[in-house]
Design a protein around this ligand. Structure first.
Ligand SMILES: CC(=O)[C@@H](O)[C@H](O)COP(=O)(O)O
Ligand SMILES: NCC(=O)COP(=O)(O)O
Length: 241
C-alpha cells in the first residue's frame, strides 16, 4: 500500500493570531514546523469572512513553503480570482455558510453541477489540481466524475462525531466511497474532525491517498508542541497502512 500523505491544516493558528489582531502566532511558522516534522502538504481555508486565514497568508505560504499548498475555497468568483492569482498546487472546493462554526458537511457537487463546471475548468486549465470536499455518497462521486475532478476529499465529520455502531456505519460509507472513487479514476482524500483516537480506521482504507487534519493538531500542540504532535499523527497513519 502506498504511503498516506498528511496535509496539516494551519487555519486555527490564524484563529489564535486574529484573536488579538496582530502577527503572532504566525501560521507560516506553523507550516514550517509541520513541514520539518513530516507533513506532506499544508492546507489553508481562506474563508469568505476571513475569520482565520487572510489573503496575505496565502501569498506568504505559496512563496515561503516548499510543500504543496492546498487552498480550501468556496465556489465564488472572488475565490476563483485569488486561486488563479496565486496558483496553489491544489484547490479544494468546500461549501460555506457565513454563520456556521465550521464546515458542517460536504459540498453538494451534484446539485451545483452547472455552477461548478466552469469554475473547475478554469482552475484545471491553470494547472491547479481540483478537489471536491464531498459527503461519501455515490451521488456526489458520480457528480465529481462528470465534473472531471481528479480528487475528492470525503468529509469525515459524521464519522468523527458518531459512536459505536453508527461510527462503524459511517466508516463503511467512507470505505465504500473510497473504493468507488478509485474505481472511477478519482484520488480519494479525507478530513475533518480527525484525531489520534479516530484516525487509524480511516488511515487503513487502502484507496485513501491523503488526510487533511487541522483543528485537533493545533489544539493538541498547545500541550505537547506542534512538531511532536505532527510526528505522532504521522506515526499512527504509517502504522495503519
Ligand atoms: C473545510 C474544512 O474542513 C476546514 O477548512 C477545516 O475544518 C478548518 O476550517 P473551519 O474550522 O473554519 O471549517
Ligand atoms: N478539509 C479538512 C481539513 O482541512 C481539516 O479539518 P479539521 O481537522 O480542522 O477538522
Amino acid at each position: 500500500m502506498s504511503r498516506l500523505r498528511l496535509g496539516v491544516n494551519i487555519d486555527h493558528v490564524a484563529t489564535i493570531r486574529n484573536a488579538r489582531g496582530g502577527l503572532h502566532p504566525d501560521p507560516i511558522r506553523a507550516a514550517e514546523i509541520a513541514s520539518e516534522a513530516g507533513a506532506d502538504g499544508i492546507t489553508a481555508h481562506l474563508r469568505e469572512d476571513r475569520r482565520h486565514i487572510m489573503d496575505d497568508d496565502i501569498g506568504r505560504l505559496i512563496g515561503g513553503i516548499a510543500l504543496p499548498i492546498n487552498l480550501e475555497m468556496a465556489a465564488t468568483e472572488e475565490m476563483l480570482a485569488i486561486a488563479l492569482r496565486h496558483r496553489p498546487h491544489a484547490a479544494c472546493i468546500v461549501p460555506e455558510r457565513r454563520e456556521e462554526v465550521t464546515t458542517e458537511g460536504g459540498l453538494d457537487a451534484a446539485g451545483q453541477h452547472n455552477h461548478l463546471k466552469p469554475l473547475i475548468a478554469k482552475l484545471s486549465d491553470a494547472g491547479i489540481r481540483v478537489s471536491l470536499f464531498i459527503e461519501p455518497t455515490p451521488r456526489q462521486i458520480e457528480a465529481a466524475v462528470s465534473l472531471r475532478a481528479p480528487v475528492v476529499e470525503f468529509h469525515t465529520g459524521r464519522y468523527a462525531h458518531a459512536e459505536g455502531e453508527e461510527r462503524a456505519t459511517e466508516l463503511r460509507r467512507i470505505a465504500d466511497a473510497a473504493a468507488l472513487a478509485a474505481k472511477n479514476g478519482i484520488e480519494p482524500h479525507a478530513g475533518h474532525g480527525l484525531t489520534f483516537d479516530n484516525v487509524v480506521p480511516i488511515a487503513a482504507i487502502p484507496q485513501i491517498a491523503e488526510l487533511n487534519i487541522g483543528h485537533f493538531l493545533i489544539g493538541e500542540a498547545i500541550f505537547d508542541g506542534l512538531a511532536p504532535v505532527v510526528r505522532r499523527m504521522r506515526q499512527l497513519m504509517d502504522e495503519a497502512r
